[in-house]
Design a protein. Structure first.
Length: 283
């Protein structure tokens, strides 16, 4: 458990496709680091932490926090039963027919709050703020921040498997690490969502896309929220292959997100159609 400063206040017939951002693999912190994406995600995290400390009227992006002390991000509560988590080296994956969803959500929430120091009543404001940003990141809202920071193209993918794993690790008594890993595999078609007139193209099911990030969080009284975030790495790895198994050359430039909002704000929002194919955001 982190120790904080105690006095701190402060239809099924539809051709459904997922959106994925992608680009060259740049995972390591050394010469191959995705410096632009790291800077972008750092700025987004700074904004989130400022909004947690001083919520603007109506919230920054419709963020809702629940629980008796209002410290758990609602998107985390919704995502927990349908995502894979590793919290303090313990694996959490909801299985139908075992515990109820409510029990599962409480258990994983308590595990997270034990790490952030907010499980017991009377937790410091810094611990509550840490819980807010941690539970935001351990949800599709966190993955959406990575998406916004990425510089590769946005692709709509058809079919295949999607997997997202969220990890929370206690690095030391004063520091936590969050790792987000997203992968898309075995999809058999894609379309470039940057162009409204783009036609879906078939591809090899050996194609794959991976992206994610690694973030350090610690208490810091010099920050308005009492929490400091450091982005260690952001990575994007694309391997879209044509039907002959050859790499597909993709455009790097992406469409800017209108109004600074990310796609996660509107779950399952219909974007329109490409070549008569309905595109739906699945989150």
């Amino acid at each position: 458990m982190l120790q904080s400063s105690p006095n701190r206040t402060s239809p099924a017939s539809l051709f459904r496709m997922d959106i994925a951002c992608c680009g060259p693999r740049q995972k390591d912190e050394g010469a191959g680091s995705n410096a632009e994406a790291i800077r972008g995600l750092s700025e987004l995290l700074k904004e989130e932490l400022e909004n947690i400390a001083h919520p603007p009227d109506g919230g920054s992006r419709g963020d809702v926090y629940v629980g008796e002390d209002g410290a758990v991000n609602q998107q985390f509560v919704l995502d927990a039963p349908r995502s894979h988590y590793v919290i303090a080296s313990t694996d959490y994956r909801f299985i139908e027919g075992t515990d109820s969803r409510d029990v599962f959500v409480k258990n994983i929430s308590d595990a997270v709050r034990t790490c952030t120091g907010s499980l017991e009543k009377g937790a410091s404001q810094s611990s509550l703020n840490l819980t807010k940003i941690v539970t935001l990141l351990l949800s599709q809202a966190g993955l959406a921040l990575v998406d916004r920071a990425c510089t590769g193209p946005i692709l709509a993918l058809k079919g295949g498997d999607r997997r997202t794993t969220y990890e929370l690790t206690q690095v030391s008594e004063s520091m936590l690490e969050i790792d987000i890993h997203f992968s898309a595999n075995k999809f058999d078609a894609y379309a470039d969502a940057n162009h409204e007139d783009a036609e879906p193209r078939k591809c090899s099911e050996a194609s794959s896309i991976n992206r994610g990030c690694s973030i350090l969080l610690k208490f810091d009284d010099s920050e308005v929220s009492g929490v400091a975030a450091t982005v260690k790495a952001v990575w994007e790895d694309i391997a879209v292959l044509d039907l002959e198994g050859k790499p597909v050359r993709l455009e790097d430039r992406r469409i800017a997100t209108q109004g600074g909002l990310s796609w996660w704000v509107a779950p399952s929002a219909v974007l329109g159609s490409i070549g008569g194919v309905l595109l739906v955001l699945l989150i």
